[in-house]
Design a protein around this ligand. Structure first.
Ligand SMILES: NC(=O)c1ccc[n+]([C@@H]2O[C@H](COP(=O)([O-])OP(=O)(O)OC[C@H]3O[C@@H](n4cnc5c(N)ncnc54)[C@H](OP(=O)(O)O)[C@@H]3O)[C@@H](O)[C@H]2O)c1
Length: 308
């Protein structure tokens, strides 16, 4: 069974189901990636410099025996590298053991002090995040365009960009971002932002599609009811719903049975859910269940609705 694909605005095809790797621990992530590629049908792995596990992800890719050309690899530029995009990219390429990425994203629209007190989360003496307020996001995007033009990455995009943040880079962008990776799930569907992305030809990628660690979504009334109706798992309904809305989904698991069932179940749910089901699921968050799970304390206004 093959993953459905979506065509990005530069013609590149992206498999709509990718394996997430955030919080996948050393000693777990290599076998998870190997299993996903070799046994479960995945052809898309979602990585990031900041996850600190790209070397092991690369080992898993190699161990799978699946040719590099058949795998879609995404990684992300960390905040402390906004002024030196190619340096971060080169570190990621070396760790993953590849000479190109299929998609490279700006992880957050937040440039962090590259010379601060920590390489990942630099903080000021008062404990707040050490943000490089003088740096302009437009210049980060220019550097993203440069590595794209060099051919080191096949497509470029953003992550955690609200409409407000996209409007900071779009007026001077030569290349329109191909994708925006966002927290998107039953309880945080971001209907307004999705309509805006569609109008710009930017594909939405759903992170934390199951509601992340210790999710309450598997117990949601509507999801469990539809799961029973179609003899699927709630996880399948959560993923199939997002696929039906034209998004890429990035479920993370290091558990072989879940890695396999998320892939198969997402496709099965995509086939079964009808328009009325999708509309019903669309109404769950506006009906009182709206909730975000990933809200790092950046201390700046990102321009998102429903940010605490
Ligand atoms: N761009 C960003 O800023 C950003 C932020 C967050 C996430 N992401 C990306 O999106 C990916 C997914 O998000 P996420 O990791 O936050 O959360 P998620 O995929 O929504 O949920 C992962 C959690 O659900 C469990 N799980 C997975 N499948 C399951 C199933 N079928 N039944 C029961 N439990 C299941 C996993 O446990 P086990 O692993 O123990 O099986 C894990 O605890 C990340 O890994 C990362 O690649 C990106």
């Amino acid at each position: 069974m093959a993953s459905p694909t979506i065509t990005l605005n530069n013609g590149t095809k992206i498999p709509a189901i990718g394996l997430g790797t955030w919080q996948s621990k050393p000693g777990e992530v290599k076998s998870a990636v190997e299993y996903a590629l070799k046994e479960a049908g995945y052809r898309h792995i979602d990585c990031a410099w900041a996850y600190g596990n790209e070397k092991e992800v690369g080992d898993g890719i190699k161990a799978s025996g699946v040719p590099r050309s058949e795998i879609f690899i995404t990684s992300k530029l960390w905040g402390t590298f906004h002024t030196k995009v190619e340096e971060c990219l080169d570190q990621t390429l070396a760790k993953l053991g590849t000479d190109y990425l299929d998609l490279y994203l700006i992880h957050w629209p937040i440039p962090l002090n590259p010379n601060g007190n920590d390489p990942v989360f630099p903080k000021l003496p008062d404990g707040t995040r050490d943000i490089d307020h003088a740096w302009d996001l437009k210049d980060t995007w220019k550097q993203m365009e440069a590595v794209y033009k060099k051919g080191k990455v096949k497509a470029i995009g953003v992550s955690n960009f609200s409409e407000k943040k996209l409007e900071e880079i779009l007026p001077t962008a030569e290349v329109v971002p191909a994708a925006n990776q966002l927290e998107l799930h039953l309880y945080n569907p971001q209907h307004k932002l999705l309509a805006y992305l569609k109008s710009k030809g930017i594909v939405a990628q759903a992170y934390s599609p199951l509601g992340s660690t210790n999710t309450p979504l598997f117990a949601d009334e509507t999801a469990t009811e539809l799961a029973a109706k179609y003899q699927l798992q709630p996880a399948d309904i959560l993923l199939g719903y997002l696929l039906a809305k034209g998004m890429v989904v990035l479920p993370k698991s290091v558990t072989p049975a879940r890695i396999a069932s998320n892939f198969k179940g997402a496709i099965a749910a995509l086939e079964k859910l009808d328009q009325a089901d999708v509309e019903r699921l669309d109404g769950v968050a506006p009906g009182g269940k709206q909730k975000r799970f990933i809200t790092p304390p950046w201390g700046v206004d990102l321009g998102f609705d429903n940010w605490p």
